[in-house]
Design a protein around this ligand. Structure first.
Ligand code: ADP
Ligand code: MG
Length: 449
């Protein structure tokens, strides 16, 4: 096909479509498309926005293929560019925006903030206080510090909680600011709906002009959605350029998301903060706080017991409190370790009865190092026994969730001897490949025991 033929083919395609669409639809979607350049192998089109491209490809791809050049993969060989906004278009947008300020309808694009997700009831500890203080800084002065703030971390660790907390705080402190919270899934659905209802401009206006603080939850849903990603990226840049605050949450750090380099670079512009798994004491504090809200009497010994067995998801800690509260009300009993274990056994991440014992460790260590268990327990200080003994102590510290004092008693040693053994072996492991392998085998044997 010659270049002129390609241009002609496009004109024929337009004529073909014109017969099949209403004049308004044709005027809205197809008429604004400009041919920039053609060759015998491809067609370069300029579209006013990504939605026109989306519309064209989702409704007429098959027909297009009968007219324009097609690649070996069966896709039409069309390059698309997005037209920049002209001065008059910009003016129109502004006028419409001012008009929209007088309409008091709630925006269809907004997510309600969860009334329980506030800074006040977010329990902080060493692994999440950085995120919380960054979030508070932003809520106090949106657009003035880090932009965007990118929060990443595992499921159920409080990312959405912090995101909504920013929303509440910013709304209360800055009454004039427009704070919008969206999920990424919803952003995509809004785009699709707007395409269908031909209200794309309204939606674009909403996201790009009608928002001072945009809170975006779960950006990972943008992965593998190329066209939506492009539109999101444009929105993102438009807001950042106007010094509007953006906060994004994700289950992974930016560089690990399957998104374009452009998008990843944008997300790394500001502050990337990791929401870690709360450590034991914080988990206990969360349990006690949630129990108090429910009017459940949860002695701290039991809170520790639960926190030791549910360790990587705060939502599950909440679930545990809810279940215990129901159980204790139903049975009309105060909680004991047995009741707790019974009620939560499916939630516990390993069975408390399958606890590893010092005896198991000694047995495995003795077998791999070919020494006697009695020697490991004794006081002989020869090199052949001293190293395996320290390995046993190291593994006890690593695998058994008891205090050093308690473990010390099992070995007949003081806690400082255990601490010293742990440090010595940790250091040796970093340098000694053979020892690493031996310890690996011992651990495997213990777990299979
Ligand atoms: P994510 O968005 O990271 O998956 P959520 O924000 O939905 O997690 O949190 C899950 C649940 O755990 C929510 O009910 C939230 O209130 C609660 N939660 C998480 N972290 C904390 C915390 N540090 N203090 C109090 N509640 C928390
Ligand atoms: Mg979430």
């Amino acid at each position: 096909m010659l270049a002129t033929d390609t241009r002609q083919a496009w004109i024929e395609f337009l004529e073909f479509v014109k017969k099949r669409l209403s004049p308004t639809a044709f005027g809205n979607w197809l008429a604004p498309i400009q041919v920039i350049e053609t060759s015998d192998e491809w067609l370069h089109l300029e579209v006013p926005n990504v939605f026109v491209k989306e519309y064209l490809l989702s409704n007429f791809k098959k027909d297009l293929c009968s007219f324009v050049p097609v690649g070996s993969d069966g896709e039409p060989l069309i390059r698309f560019s997005i037209a920049p906004l002209s001065k008059s278009q910009e003016k129109n947008v502004k006028v419409e925006l001012q008009e929209s300020l007088f309409t008091s309808q709630p925006s269809p694009f907004e997510v309600e903030l969860n009334p329980n997700y506030r800074f006040d009831n977010f329990i902080e500890g060493p692994t999440n206080q950085f995120v919380k203080s960054a979030a508070m800084g932003i809520a106090k002065q949106p657009g003035h510090s880090y932009n965007p703030l990118f929060i990443h971390g595992g499921v159920g660790l409080g990312k959405t909680h912090i995101l909504h907390s920013i929303g509440h705080f910013a709304r209360e402190k800055h009454k004039k600011l427009k704070v919008q919270c969206i999920t990424t899934e919803q952003f995509i659905n809004d785009l699709v709906d707007s395409l269908r209802n031909k209200s794309v401009d309204r939606m674009k206006r909403f996201y790009r002009q009608d928002v001072d603080v945009l809170l975006v939850d779960d950006i990972q849903f943008l992965q593998n959605r190329l066209n939506f990603e492009e539109e999101f990226c444009n929105t993102f840049e438009a807001l950042i350029n106007q010094k509007k605050q953006i906060v994004i949450t994700s289950d992974k750090p930016p560089a690990q998301l399957k998104l374009s380099e452009r998008m990843i670079a944008r997300m790394e512009w500001g502050l990337v903060a990791h929401m870690g798994i709360p450590e034991l004491e914080t988990r206990v504090a969360i349990l006690q706080y949630k129990a108090k809200l429910k009017g459940l009497d949860l002695p701290s010994k039991l809170a520790f017991y639960i926190a030791e067995h549910i360790f990587n998801n705060v939502r599950q800690l909440e679930g545990a409190v809810n279940r215990l509260s129901a159980t204790s009300r139903l049975l009309n009993l105060s909680l004991t370790e047995e009741i707790v274990e019974q009620a939560l056994k499916e939630m516990f991440q390993h069975n408390p009865h399958k606890r590893i014992s010092v005896e198991q460790i000694l047995k495995s260590v003795a077998a791999v190092f070919e020494v006697k268990i009695s020697d490991l327990k004794g006081t002989v200080r020869t090199k052949e026994v001293a190293l395996p003994r320290q390995v046993a102590m190291y593994l006890a510290c690593k695998l058994i969730n008891d205090s050093l004092q308690m473990l010390g008693v099992s070995f007949g040693k003081t806690h400082s001897t255990l601490l010293h053994a742990r440090k010595t072996i940790e250091k040796k492991l970093a340098e000694d490949e053979l020892l690493r392998r031996q310890v690996g085998i011992i651990e495997k044997n213990i777990h299979m025991d």
